[in-house]
Design a protein around this ligand. Structure first.
Ligand code: ADP
Ligand code: ASP
Ligand code: MG
Length: 821
């Protein structure tokens, strides 16, 4: 549990680290695919990098694919080889000539030399069997080499002095399969290459093996290069900049409704990488195991959106599930794949999944030949069948019987050969005898994650009603299915707060607040709220504060929903109110304020409901103040008005300064809120307001007012006498009418017949009367307790349940910004 020192801590952590620690930024091929992409990367480096940071790069766009293709064409003696080389050269030349000014000629010369070398390796590949592996590694290395050389030159011309480092000059791994780093040798060699006060751009993906030959770290290996560099230099942060703003619950290119996973536990990230998720190469986390390095995934196309953080997290992050799949696999079945031989094979061929009791392993197709040779020495029969897998990945997911049962149900329409758990228990893997299609992934994803939208709730205002709201929360969360994934993440008063990214225990929230809340600054709170790790965040405003209501605009801009008992925002100036509505709409934010008028009474719902059925409202009137209702229902002249007011004050029925009730401002604001809800555009000044406090008592202090309160008596005694003479009574009434587009609105003390609906209330009750097209002769009336701790908290809970239900059903397709389709 973190207190709001914690907000500051969380917020400033990044800033401080940025000041003092080294950061490794890795840009993947998709982030460097074109001139525009590289321009974007240059801007990110300008804004996010310090001179002593390190940049690690992949080959531009699909250059590695092109080089793999060239190597294959060389092996196959393809007639298209020359054209492929030419296309590659043209693409590189274009990047160099467009992005560089003074350095372009130099880089073009180097490119031409490299192309000559490439051609010689191609010839060697055809003619010289022995050095085939060497040729392949030389050819594949060109992509990263070109990319690093170019970016470094662009940075030198435009941003800061920069140099590029060929990672083959320092990085040594044991072999091309395991790629275990020789730390001390690599570190030694690396430190010799470093140049102070220049930004280093290091090639990803490539290294030397123990025999001193060039090798690669495998496809997508630059992620691994980035964390290797981080471990060699002790960096505190690594950001993998890619074309998607984080890791999603499934490949967002294939599953448009995939959810972003804001936080991914280390073990789960590692398993996702192992199962082929391209955002994270399988070995990426290895170098960070003994370091406190933070790993982030962010989009170079949308650098200000917070991405995914990989690390050690609590229960909420651990309950996330994602779906991944791999095609082009082979299942090998043999008696030799049981027992200890099976175990050997699993290791040697990096099995995706296996069952050594049943004697099978699933491997990538390119390992079939080697496995075949390995098994030949055992002289047993083996069968190879093409398969695919689809897997559910989540923290210790294999231990959860319910997830397994759900996965089986999700797969019921598909043929499944086997369902196995990974050894680390972070995945459940189904082996399919056919290709795993996008449709299968979408269906399984839907069935496995449909209820999994995590909603964070921050409660602002921990007073009388706030306390009751918190008290009711545990029972509500048990009762209401839509609140199943709700997490209380913050409690905020005007002075203190506690915030917890992993959720606050709702059964002890109030006590925890009393014990652990600490002072905070508004900007820190806002910054935390902007970077919260939830799918949705709701602020429940139970403060009476105008200042707090002024934050709504920022909440909406950050996509945060608001439930407010606070009347200020909904009764602010027309311009401000309309602006808030527009910003909320633009950012898909919900704003509910059922309790701003009539506490828990469903007056807002009634108005919405009438409008939704096409009705039009002509009049809204009633007694909207519990305090004034109590005073005038009780006042019969026997006791002077001032005595009654003092009694009401002592019982907490009035505000601490009763003039706030007597001024009519509160009723005026409520009438404005309802009229706006009914679709009318008006401002507070359009509502006449009768202030029941005589002018001489308006400007003095509360105490002076209370000392002179009997000055009120004669006015109310006269008014009551006049009412009695007409066989009537006095009530403080709000009335809004719209007749032929003419609006009349006022709040005032009125004499009403004793038979009037507004005249016979239980003291403290509110009454609302609506006259509409449908309810003309027989108006719609809502009446009941219009203030109080229980009913107001209940009203707020009703809003919370409504918002959560709406959010649970909201399908927010992934923004495909940056993802090339
Ligand atoms: P880079 O070029 O930055 O190395 P990659 O192309 O290797 O990036 O990986 C990013 C791609 O990974 C995304 O475009 C996305 O389509 C794909 N992807 C697959 N699974 C996921 C997932 N679960 N979350 C996010 N992206 C995923
Ligand atoms: N360029 C290499 C690849 O395409 C390495 C990487 O991008 O991480 O696989
Ligand atoms: Mg990649």
């Amino acid at each position: 549990m973190k207190s709001v020192n914690a907000i500051e801590q969380l917020v400033s952590e990044n800033n401080q680290l940025a000041k003092h620690a080294i950061h490794v930024h890795k840009f993947g091929g998709s982030s460097l695919a074109s001139v525009e992409c590289i321009e974007r990367v240059v801007n990110i480096i300008k804004n996010h990098c310090k001179i002593n940071d390190f940049v690690v790069v992949s080959a531009n766009g699909k250059t590695t694919d092109a080089l793999v293709n060239i190597y294959q064409q060389a092996l196959d003696v393809s007639s298209e080889l020359e054209a492929s080389i030419e296309a590659l050269q043209v693409a590189q030349r274009l990047l160099i000539n467009t992005l560089l000014k003074s350095h372009s000629a130099q880089l073009i010369t180097l490119l031409e030399q490299d192309i000559e070398l490439l051609k010689s390796w191609v010839v060697n590949t055809r003619t010289n069997d022995k050095h085939i592996a060497k040729n392949e590694a030389n050819i594949l290395a060109l992509g990263e080499l070109w990319s690093a050389r170019l970016l470094s030159a662009v940075l030198s011309e435009r941003v800061c002095p920069s140099y590029f480092v060929d990672s083959r000059d320092f990085l040594v791994v044991n072999n091309d399969q395991d790629c275990v780093v020789d730390d001390s040798l690599s570190q030694q060699q690396f430190s010799r290459l470093l140049q102070g006060d220049k930004l280093a751009v290091v090639t990803g993906f490539i290294a030397k093996n123990a025999a001193g030959y060039n090798c690669t770290l495998g496809r997508n290996g630059s992620d691994y290069s980035a964390t290797i560099v981080a471990s060699l230099i002790g960096a505190l942060n690594v950001t993998l900049w890619t074309d998607v703003d984080g890791i999603y619950s499934a490949d967002p290119r294939i599953v448009p409704l995939a959810r972003k996973l804001n936080r991914l536990p280390n073990g789960v990230a590692k398993e996702l990488g192992r199962l082929g998720n391209p955002v994270l190469h399988a070995k990426t986390l290895q170098p960070l195991e003994n370091h406190s390095t933070h790993l982030h995934i962010a989009s170079s196309f949308d650098p200000n959106t917070s991405g995914t953080e990989v690390g050690r997290f609590g229960q909420i992050a651990k309950s996330e599930l994602s779906v991944t799949y791999l095609n082009d696999l082979i299942i090998a079945k043999s008696i030799s794949l049981t027992g200890s031989y099976g175990e050997q094979a699993i290791k040697q061929f990096s099995a995706i999944c296996s069952d050594i009791n049943a004697g099978f392993i699933v491997i990538t197709q390119n390992k079939q030949k080697a496995l075949s040779q390995w098994l030949a020495s055992h002289d047993t029969e083996v069968s190879f069948t093409p398969v695919s897998i689809i897997a559910i990945v989540g923290h210790e997911v294999a231990k959860h019987g319910d997830v397994k049962a759900r996965f089986k149900r999700a797969l019921k329409n598909y043929q499944t050969m086997h369902l196995v758990s990974s050894t680390n228990e972070h995945s459940l893997i189904a082996v399919l005898p056919h290709v795993c299609t996008g449709e299968t992934v979408n269906n399984v994803h839907h069935d496995m994650t449909k209820d999994a939208r995590h909603i964070g709730v921050v409660i602002a205002g921990v007073g009388n009603i706030g306390e009751r709201f918190i008290e009711m929360l545990p029972a509500q969360m048990d009762r209401i299915p839509a609140l199943e994934n709700v997490h209380l993440v913050g409690l905020v008063s005007s002075k203190k707060a506690i915030i917890s990214r992993d959720g606050i225990d709702v059964t002890q929230a109030y006590e925890l607040f009393q014990k652990e809340a600490t002072p905070y600054k508004t900007e820190d709170l806002l910054s935390w709220l902007a970077n919260h790790p939830y799918d949705e965040l709701i602020v429940v405003d139970i403060t009476p504060s105008e200042d707090f209501s002024l934050l709504y605009q920022e909440f909406f801009e950050k996509g945060i929903h608001v439930i407010g008992a606070n009347k200020w925002a909904a009764s602010s100036s027309t311009e401000h109110y309309n602006q808030l509505l527009n910003i909320a709409k633009k950012n898909h934010c919900l704003w509910l304020g059922n309790t701003t008028v009539g506490a828990g009474l469903p007056i807002n719902f009634a108005i919405d409901n009438l409008l939704e059925c096409g009705d039009s409202i002509k009049e809204i009137s009633g007694v909207f103040s519990g305090t004034l209702s109590w005073l005038f229902e009780t006042y019969d002249g026997d006791v002077p008005f001032s005595e009654l007011l003092t009694l009401a004050l002592s019982q907490g029925i009035t505000e601490p300064d009763p003039r706030e009730d007597l001024s009519g401002r509160d009723v005026q604001r409520k009438l404005l809120i309802l009229a706006r809800l009914a679709g009318f555009e008006l401002a507070l000044e359009d509502i006449d307001c009768q202030n029941l406090v005589p002018r001489p008592l308006q400007e003095i202090s509360t105490q002076e007012f209370l000392d002179n309160v009997e000055q009120l008596d004669s006015y109310f005694a006269d008014k009551l006498e006049k009412a009695n003479s007409q066989n009537g009574c006095i009530r403080y009434v709000a009335a809004f009418t719209c007749d032929n587009n003419k609006i009349k609105a006022k709040v005032s003390l009125e004499i009403l017949p004793k038979t009037d609906a507004f005249a016979n209330l239980t003291p403290g009750d509110n009454i609302f009367k609506i006259i509409s097209q449908c309810y003309q002769d027989n108006p719609l009336i809502i009446r009941g307790a219009g203030a109080g701790r229980d009913v107001t908290s209940a009203g707020l809970h009703s809003d919370l349940a409504i918002i959560c239900k709406r959010l649970a059903h909201r399908k927010q397709p992934v923004k495909l910004k940056g993802i090339q389709q």
